[in-house]
Design a protein around this ligand. Structure first.
Ligand code: PRP
Ligand code: URA
Length: 208
């Protein structure tokens, strides 16, 4: 699919392997989520618009550039929270807007419980942060919310996607690029990604 970008970066693949391991404890898991998120966001922002400016070095004037676009980071609670710091370190002037969704265990449909977006967006591009794209319901709902809010340029940055979730997100929102570290085989009967990494929220917060 043209809008799915799966990283082939060796650092990401190495860290993702450690992240998947059932032996990785929550502290290390959080560290890896943060690091992989930063690396993926670096790749996902390669096309951000810039404008030229001059900068005075100690010796002379050099030609430089500044970011034109105002970036919003949108972590989907809970698991997306762990991705924020790694991305924010790279773009410290970004605004962070939280969306709270959980999956109903029976229907697997997303249920919204938190949204404090202001009436007007002050950002022109949003990076949705969520480690897992399983059925895609949470991602589709979040893009719906951001588009209704008025954001034109949206990217999804996740760690692992299932084919079902990718199909769902790209059919509902073909204009949203999907940046991932891996595409896995399928969902199990409980909507978990196989082989995946288990429950990304529980593994970060020690609640499993
Ligand atoms: C997980 C994950 C995504 C969602 C993905 O959150 O972080 O938000 O599931 O599943 P989907 O693609 O089928 O919608 P979860 O609902 O487990 O909530 P949590 O992060 O609070 O644990
Ligand atoms: N949410 C998770 O945390 N893991 C999955 O595999 C699917 C949804």
């Amino acid at each position: 699919m043209p809008n799915v970008i799966v990283s082939r970066h060796p650092l990401i693949l190495h860290k993702l392997t450690k992240l998947r391991s059932a032996d990785t404890n929550p502290k290390k898991f959080r560290e890896l989520v943060r690091e992989i998120a930063g690396l993926l966001a670096y790749e996902a922002t390669a096309d951000l618009a810039i404008y030229p400016i001059d900068v005075q070095t100690p010796l002379a004037v050099a030609k430089g550039a500044e970011l034109l676009e105002k970036i919003g980071l949108v972590p989907i609670l809970r698991a997306g929270l762990g991705m924020v710091e790694g991305v924010w370190e790279l773009m410290p002037t970004a605004e962070v807007w939280h969306i709270g969704l959980y999956r109903d265990e029976k229907t697997l449909r997303p249920v919204q419980y938190y949204n404090k977006l202001p009436i007007e967006p002050r950002v022109s591009v949003c990076l949705i942060l969520d480690p897992m794209l399983a059925t895609g319901g949470s991602a589709v709902a979040t893009v719906d919310i951001l588009k209704n809010w008025g954001v034109k340029k949206i990217k999804f940055v996740g760690l692992i996607g299932a084919p079902e979730g990718i199909e769902n997100l790209s059919s509902h929102h073909p204009d949203v690029p999907i940046h991932l570290a891996a595409v896995d085989e399928r969902l199990n009967e409980r909507g978990y990604i196989l082989p995946g990494l288990g429950d990304a929220g529980d593994r970060q917060f020690g609640t499993g």
